[in-house]
Design a protein around this ligand. Structure first.
Ligand SMILES: Nc1ncnc2c1ncn2[C@@H]1O[C@H](COP(=O)(O)OP(=O)(O)OP(=O)(O)O)[C@@H](O)[C@H]1O
Length: 518
């Protein structure tokens, strides 16, 4: 039976057609992947489906009935559920309370704890979702929080679940766990719309895949009958070749030195006695699940957090007490994790966003005056070089899709050849073509002698780019290992807090049982 049918969905914005007549059918008990390059129209389509955005044209039919949603409440009532990338949970409430919160008519918002725990426990068991129903969600791992979000939708009787890039925040083991949950939901007759940029995930878990390009459907394929190459050709209109990394020469002098650094954030130790260094011509990757101190460490290097103890040197100079501007003068550049808040000025155009932070120096400023023509040329050059999809340099970056905004931030920071780059999640949410080009840029930057501290929860990225890898867990560096000795299972175990020696032994044991390495 058909769970959902979208026909001719169209949404126009002043300068782009975000969805240009999209038709899509999702069967009951099907995992349906939605894939496409940045700006292809995926978010717009699911925002329409969930009632956030109203389409200009087109129809939505759910379970055989024509529907129109003026807001998410309508969509939920029709049996839709959405799990966002950013979870929306109350830290001080238990799992069960979070699940039932707001969905209990007649109880005036008061939650009967015992009844809730029993009900949620039953629900979790029925769908094979392991959660500690009575525990406060505060300190639960991300993978569990995600299951709580899924339970929230199931509790509201969702028959169609939309998962928006759900693996972006998970360890490889947690992603595998999520896929298991998705399969058991499918077995129970639920339908899942799964947005991802990762072809291997499409192949692993989806029954069918719809490919979008420039707001249109370019293919709707049965995964068992297609290949990653065919899907990527429909996404990009060309073959994406994964480029070879450049030859590595011996690294030079240390550009970043972090010694015994401890940082407190909101009264808690976020970074706990961390030491590491990055040399010229070297990429050091930090692997870890988000929230294990990586962001606080990056903020401390950038001068946004005071150190409780330890020292940081940039290009040989102790930066204690130096503000962000002074650090930039010493050669520090930074791709921040949050491109919306700290990475960009949404109302500003691309010219401004590609110059900011560098507008005080030549060539963008000469004899104390900004050079508008040069700023425009600079923006145009970077837009071309990084393949940003934007109508022109005068467009406000706030209207760009997530991935294209990320390209703007990366382009700005890499466009200056400073000696040190701290790159946090540089390819989060960007499509495979753009990942390739950002990786290529980072690799070339390193080959030109740049030093990179790469913070990423994307293990393939860390493995592919880094010379050495540090794994962070609860503020500490578990180990720093040469990337040639690292494998996905080994890093995955350490990211979950397993000490290096134990992880090594466990990995060897599972490899002996025929598990996969790397
Ligand atoms: N509110 C808006 N105003 C103007 N343009 C918009 C708006 N929302 C989306 N767009 C444009 O619509 C197009 C489709 O964007 P959308 O966010 O749906 O893409 P996406 O496939 O989800 O991309 P990504 O993978 O980068 O998240 C883009 O060109 C984007 O700039």
């Amino acid at each position: 039976m058909r769970a959902l049918e979208l026909s001719g969905i169209t949404k126009r914005y002043p300068k782009v057609v975000a969805n240009g007549g999209i038709s899509l059918a999702v069967e009951q008990g099907e995992i349906h992947a939605l894939i496409g390059e940045n700006g292809a129209g995926k978010s717009t389509l699911v925002s329409i489906l969930y009632g956030f955005v109203q389409p200009d044209e087109g129809t939505i039919v759910v379970g055989g009935e024509r529907r129109s949603f003026k807001d998410p409440t309508d969509a939920i009532a029709a049996g839709l559920g959405m799990v966002f990338q950013n979870f929306n949970l109350f830290p001080e409430l238990t799992v069960a309370e979070n699940v039932v919160f707001g969905a209990e008519p007649g109880r005036l918002g008061l939650v009967d704890r015992r009844a809730a725990a029993a009900e949620v426990g039953d629900l979790a068991e029925r769908y094979g979702l392991q959660v500690p129903v009575g525990e406060r969600v505060e300190h639960l791992p991300v993978g569990v929080l995600q299951r709580v979000e899924i339970l929230k939708s199931l509790y509201r009787d969702a028959r169609i679940l939309i998962l928006d890039e759900p693996t972006g925040v998970l360890t490889p083991q947690e992603s595998e766990g999520l896929f298991e949950v998705m399969r058991s939901l499918r077995a129970a007759g639920k339908s899942i719309i799964f947005i991802t940029h990762k072809l291997d995930e499409v192949m692993a878990v989806a029954d069918r895949v719809t490919v979008l390009r420039d707001g249109r459907v370019t293919a709707s394929l049965v995964t068992a009958e297609t290949s990653p190459r065919e899907i990527s050709r429909h996404m990009t209109g060309r073959d994406v070749e994964l480029s070879q990394r450049l030859a590595r020469s011996a690294p030079g002098a240390p550009v970043l030195e972090v010694e015994g650094v401890t940082v407190e954030v909101d009264g808690r130790t976020a970074v706990d006695d961390v030491s590491l260094s990055v040399r010229a011509g070297e990429i050091v990757g930090i692997a870890g699940v988000a929230g294990n101190g990586q962001d606080a460490l990056a903020a401390a290097i950038g001068g946004h957090h005071p150190l409780r103890s330890g020292r940081i040197r940039i290009a040989g100079t102790d930066v204690d007490g130096a503000d962000n501007r002074r650090r930039r003068d010493l050669g520090f550049t930074h791709i921040p994790e949050d491109r919306h808040v700290t990475g960009s000025a949404p109302l500003g155009d691309a010219v401004l966003n590609l110059a900011v932070g560098y507008h005080r120096r030549s060539p963008l400023r000469e004899r104390g005056l900004l050079q508008p023509k040069r700023m425009v040329e600079h923006a145009e050059r970077l837009i071309r070089r990084f393949g940003v999809r934007i109508a022109g340099p005068a467009v406000a970056v706030g209207t760009l899709s997530g991935g294209n905004l990320q390209k703007i931030v990366v382009a700005r920071e890499l466009g200056h050849d400073a000696p040190l780059l701290v790159a946090e999640q540089p390819t989060r949410g960007v499509d495979i073509g753009a990942i390739e080009s950002i990786h290529g840029e980072l690799d070339e930057y390193r080959a030109r002698g740049g030093a990179v501290l790469l913070v990423s929860s994307e293990l393939s990225e860390v493995l592919n780019l880094s010379d050495r890898i540090a794994v962070m867990f609860e503020g500490r560096v578990m180990a720093v290992i040469p990337s040639a000795e690292a494998t996905v299972p080994l890093l995955g175990l350490m990211m979950a807090g397993v000490p290096y020696e134990t992880a090594l032994a466990e990995e060897a044991a599972s490899a002996a049982e025929g598990g996969t390495a790397r």
